[in-house]
Design a protein around this ligand. Structure first.
Ligand SMILES: [Zn+2]
Length: 368
């Protein structure tokens, strides 16, 4: 079975984003399915359109998935909706879930109608996809792991479950009105603090001495933990796309993967979540998902891609995270300004050179 996974570059400096195109065929390239998972910013949206036309030779997209409503993932998808013919949309629609969350959020000060309006106003990028889909009568599927009614071949949504999602949604900033500042005071969103105060202070890290630690609970946002996690089964070669999911979301997906009778730790391809942030993965979730550390000098077992802006280090990707994946058998490739391409044999040759993988870093930033 032929398949191609393309990670397009998004952003610069401390602004990373995701834009992923997939194309696969189960009949020796006679027909292809095309999917777009996240669209980066508006500018990236145009690049996706060009990419699909130039390399997939079509203006037809079988499915579009928005992992979560943050701008760096959702905004470019509107451009895709405008310029390509999209057949199915997979999108969480918070404004349609009022009944499901009402008991948890009703404090007597909001009405259902005002809450719905607020969820629309505060998620403009996701809502714009919703509006365009509604206008063009494109069906919208709610990507929950306990539903999976989209009928897209080779694809299972493995996270979030609807229950897990609603538990994130009731804590979204659009609902709680907690500001970034308040979250920082509570120790949430340490990532901002990571970018400031970058006095470079190095630490040695050996193969057997892992400095990646278990992230605090709530180390990444509820919005990130609401990310759609997709599992493609390309005839036994499994690819896992994670959006900006954090530890609880990845654990939730691991459960679902096992429930489906699929094996953990045997993926061919894994997206390192949240642009390689150390707030989203820790040793235990990685041991469970991709396997424990192997011996130094081992053969690589799978490929891991990370969408990280050019100049996004040390946050995106974090060296501890890169090392953690390499130690567990990954060849790690980062976008860092150019499209990176993962493909099976049988896909048309583009004449592209092999992407240079990231090294195992013997020095890491001392950024605890
Ligand atoms: Zn992101």
């Amino acid at each position: 079975m032929e398949y191609e996974i393309d990670f397009l570059p998004v952003g610069e400096g401390d602004k990373s984003g995701d834009a992923i195109c997939v194309r696969y065929s189960a009949d020796d390239g006679k027909t292809w399915l095309v999917g777009v998972i996240d669209g980066g910013t508006q500018e990236t949206g145009n690049k996706i359109v060009e990419h699909v036309r130039q390399y997939y030779h079509t203006s037809h997209v079988d499915f579009l998935i928005c992992t979560h409503p943050d701008q760096d993932h959702a905004s470019g998808l509107s451009v895709v909706m405008d310029q390509l013919t999209v057949k199915k949309v997979l999108l969480h629609c918070p404004w349609d879930y009022i009944e499901q969350i009402w008991d948890a959020v009703n404090d007597g000060r909001v009405t259902k109608q005002s809450l719905r309006q607020k969820l629309i106003d505060r998620h403009p990028y996701a809502y714009s996809i919703y509006e365009k889909a509604s206008e063009k009568k494109i069906p919208i599927y709610h990507p929950f792991s306990d539903i999976n009614d989209h009928n897209i071949p080779n694809l299972n949504i493995v996270g979030p479950s609807s229950n897990f999602y609603f538990n994130q949604l009731i804590n979204f900033k659009s609902i709680t009105d907690v500001t970034e500042n308040e979250l920082q005071q509570k120790g949430v969103f340490q990532e901002l603090a990571d970018v400031l105060g970058q006095a470079v202070n190095w630490l040695a890290e050996g193969w057997d001495d892992e400095h990646l630690v278990e992230p605090e609970e709530n180390a990444t946002s509820y919005e990130n933990n609401s990310s759609v996690i997709s599992l493609f089964d390309f005839d036994g070669k499994n690819a896992l796309l994670t959006g900006d999911a954090g530890v609880p979301a990845l654990n939730n997906a691991a459960e679902k993967i096992e429930e489906l009778g699929q094996y953990l730790q045997e993926f061919s391809f894994v997206q390192i979540p949240h642009h390689g942030s150390k707030r989203n993965v820790g040793p235990s979730v990685l041991d469970k998902l991709i396997g424990s550390a192997g011996l130094f000098g081992q053969k690589t077992k799978f490929t891991a891609f990370v969408s990280a802006s050019s100049g996004g280090e040390p946050k995106h990707p974090n060296k501890r995270v890169v090392n953690a994946f390499i130690r567990r058998g990954a060849k790690v490739v980062a976008t860092q300004g150019s499209t990176k391409y993962h493909y099976s044999s049988g896909t048309p040759d583009r004449g592209w050179g092999k992407a240079e993988p990231l090294p195992f870093y013997e020095r890491i930033e001392n950024d605890d």
